[in-house]
Design a protein around this ligand. Structure first.
Ligand code: NAD
Ligand code: NA
Length: 393
């Protein structure tokens, strides 16, 4: 069929298999130019189909030659109805891995459930024995708790006070003021239940209990801090509480992995256009100004450049770069550089519907957003028929 983007709010209901494949190939060729000699060998990536998780998987496989197992939650294709982008990304990843002679298997299901954890353990036992790196890169609006069965929903709200600032509808370029009401009821604990560290810890407990973690195992989860201007809705908001919890969980997991000499880290990553970040108010406007500034300074990175730097300079470096006072890996260092933040703050004052196309990189934002679904990818002929029924092999 011929596949076009079908937008509904902040999501795109369709995905293009050829565009997704091209994105995966581009990421692979980036890491192939940055080989990692002493990298991981057997890797589990939880949240492996899009964003930072997919780029982590590509870096491990094509940068370090690792065998990878990916876990994710994606929609399969139906006749006349496309799969989700993460599904097509994985179709392409498996195809490329198979050409390169790399082991790759994937599990499509709810990573929060006991069943998917058990299925993953069984697969590791059967094929790999153990894993030496576990990447935890889930981003989800909901989590069904495996013990209580309660369905927790995360929210993106400030705490105590309402918050007003500018925001952009990146489809139309219209900048408006948005006011977000503070969290109420169980918003904070619910958000922590979904995006905090409990499930990360449950994964590591299950893997350790099953004896499928290698000595010196490393596990990494991803966090975000961001600029002062998004603090009320991000780091000091409900999601920030979940990130505090996630970060505190790293120390607990390291303690539990003592007998294996294992370590758990949190890496604080840069703001990037992903399906998750486009849903946060104010953040897309910030990102479009940030992109403009970072591109002008020649320090812009996408998820693959970020993950490659994480592996090279931190996780597998002979002399790992310094961590911050809280023990976190900081690959948001270029985003938070003083000159970058000062430039963004200056642009923020003058940004409006009239000025955004000159002072911001709205086009870069939109292109990246469309790219997430395999659209607007250079070199793809969108007038050509493609097979929507491409399946993971
Ligand atoms: P993403 O939406 O691109 O990826 C989320 C992944 O989780 C996908 O593979 C998806 O299939 C999987 N997933 C979601 N629910 C699942 C479930 N129930 N079971 C199994 N898999 C499930 O997100 P992302 O932006 O790459 O975010 C990954 C992590 O990085 C998050 O912790 C996020 O907070 C963090 N982070 C993001 C940014 C950013 O700007 N995007 C910046 C810093 C840190
Ligand atoms: Na991810």
């Amino acid at each position: 069929m011929i596949i076009e983007p079908k937008m509904r709010g902040f999501i795109c209901l369709t995905a293009h298999p050829a565009g997704c494949a091209e994105n995966v190939k581009r990421q692979i060729s980036y890491v192939e130019s940055q080989k990692l000699p002493n990298g991981p060998k057997k890797v589990l990536v939880i949240g492996a189909s899009t964003g930072f998780g997919l780029s982590s998987r590509i870096t491990a496989a094509f940068g370090a030659g690792a065998a990878t197992i990916g876990v994710f939650f994606e929609k399969e294709p139906l006749e006349g109805k496309t799969a989700s982008a993460g599904y097509y990304n994985t179709v392409a990843f498996h195809e490329e891995a198979s050409h390169a002679g790399l082991y790759a298997k994937s599990i499509n299901g709810d990573a929060f459930s006991k069943e998917v954890k058990q299925e993953t353990i069984d697969l590791i036992k059967q094929d790999l024995g153990t894993v030496d790196l576990v990447i935890y890169s889930l981003a989800s609006p909901v989590r069904k708790h495996p013990e209580t069965g309660v369905l927790h929903r995360s929210v993106l709200k400030p705490i105590d006070q309402s918050y007003q600032n500018k925001t952009v509808d990146f489809h139309t370029g219209i900048v408006t003021d948005v006011s977000i009401e503070p969290a109420t009821g169980d918003d904070i604990p619910n958000t922590i239940a979904v995006m905090g560290g409990e499930d990360w810890q449950l994964w590591l407990e299950a893997l350790r209990g099953a004896g499928v973690l290698a000595p010196n195992v490393i596990t990494v989860a991803y966090s975000y801090i961001g600029p002062e201007l998004t603090n009320p809705v991000y780091r000091h908001g409900t999601i920030g509480r979940a990130k505090d919890h996630l970060e505190a969980t790293a120390a607990r997991i390291t303690e539990q992995l003592k007998d294996l000499n294992g370590s758990a880290f949190v890496s604080v990553n840069k703001a990037l256009v992903t399906q998750s970040s486009s849903a946060i108010p104010v953040v897309p406007l910030y990102i479009s100004l940030l992109y403009k500034v970072m591109k002008e300074k020649n320090i812009h990175e996408g998820t693959i450049e970020q993950m490659s730097r994480l592996f090279h300079d931190h996780l597998y470096a002979a002399q790992p770069a310094a961590k911050d006072a809280q023990g976190r890996i900081r690959i948001d260092d270029w985003e938070l550089r003083e000159d970058v933040q000062a430039a963004v703050a200056e642009l923020w004052k003058g940004v409006s519907t009239e000025t955004i196309s000159q002072i911001g990189d709205l086009k870069g934002y939109k292109d990246d957003f469309l790219n997430l679904f395999g659209f607007s990818v250079p070199g793809i002929d969108y007038t050509k028929e493609v097979d929507e029924m491409a399946i993971i092999k």
